[in-house]
Design a protein around this ligand. Structure first.
Ligand code: AHG
Ligand code: MN
Ligand code: MN
Length: 301
């Protein structure tokens, strides 16, 4: 089944249109990476040096989203202030996740949250979320509150289209893989102790340095991804609005759980657009175990 047909049957009209717009723009991002990342020089018709890939992706998605006429605002990790428009959906995005990994051709991603309230807003205001994975395949993984579904870009004559790859994806409760960001020496003690307990329990360390790529394998194999609280950065690195909440929404729809170490990521009411939170996301049992050990250590005198 093709993407537009599936969306017509399974998504609210506005989110269906926004998802189609993102899908088309994501192919533009994918095709532009070699030229916009400094790997190959490219100039526009007037001879100006092109933009870096983060800003290029940001502009491409802002244009694709605002031209639908359906978005009230587009807030982005790459912009100080949201772009305001005349629709009703508030979109928050990380237009390119993992961009420090472009030169090494590691997986990259794009993350979108579709909020029903003016931003900043908690994850409880999400009506849907989507992430793009730019890897061996370009895939869209999304949910509008009725399960997690996935499409993959395929050659379709002279163009590309998105074909159904899977519906109602569920994260395995039995954990197989784990990946923790930041420097191990900087982790808060309960995270360090938990991390050391995993390999003896048979889990395998799988970390590529891109949140979307690292989470995507946790969704498939079960386990945990974290960018944890650090002793010098207790609020971690990942942004609540653009990264943590949309991925926590999808993860919860797949049967998982995401925590900031004291409670559900989706309950955080971010005070600012770029507010960060420690993130522990994956199979519910494993994440709750770590949340419990962090909370007990933080309660201890
Ligand atoms: P972004 O490229 O959107 O800024 O995100 C990068 C993030 C995330 O993708 C990844 O988990 C984390 O940065 C890795 O951080 P370190 O390089 O500090 O490990
Ligand atoms: Mn990111
Ligand atoms: Mn980014």
């Amino acid at each position: 089944m093709k993407l537009d047909e599936f969306l017509r049957l399974n998504a609210p009209d506005d989110l269906a249109a926004l998802t189609s717009a993102i899908a088309a723009a994501s192919l533009g991002v994918w095709e532009s990476v070699p030229f916009k990342s400094g790997l190959l020089s490219e100039t526009n018709p007037s001879g100006e040096t092109q933009k870096a890939i983060d800003v290029f992706s940001n502009d491409l998605f802002v244009d694709a989203l605002t031209s639908t006429g359906l978005v009230a605002e587009v807030a982005s990790e790459e912009m100080e202030e949201p772009v305001v428009s005349k629709g009703s959906v508030s979109v928050a995005m990380d237009p390119l996740d993992g961009s420090s990994n472009v030169e090494t051709n590691n997986p990259l991603g794009s993350i979108f949250g579709f909020y029903t309230r003016k931003l900043p807003a908690s994850g409880r205001a999400l009506a849907g979320a989507l992430y793009v994975t730019y890897g061996t395949m370009v895939t869209l993984t999304f949910s509008f509150g009725k399960g997690v579904h996935r499409f993959v870009a395929v050659r379709d004559g002279s163009a590309m289209s998105f074909q159904l790859l899977g519906v109602n994806l569920k994260i395995p409760e039995k954990p197989e893989v784990y990946g923790f960001g930041g420097a191990r020496a900087d982790w808060i003690p309960p995270v360090s102790a938990f991390w050391h307990s995993l390999e003896p329990r048979g889990l395998r360390n799988r970390y590529c340095g891109t949140f979307v790529g690292d989470y995507n394998q946790v969704l498939a194999r079960g386990g945990i991804f974290s960018y944890p609280a650090l002793t010098k950065k207790p609020r971690g690195k990942l942004r609540v609005l653009y990264e943590c909440a949309p991925m926590a929404y999808i993860n919860e729809q797949a049967g998982g759980y995401a925590s900031d170490g004291s409670g559900n990521i989706l309950d955080i009411e971010p005070a600012g657009l770029a507010e960060t939170a420690p993130l522990y996301i994956g199979s519910a049992g494993l994440v709750r175990e770590l949340e419990g050990s962090i909370s007990s250590k933080q309660r201890a005198p």
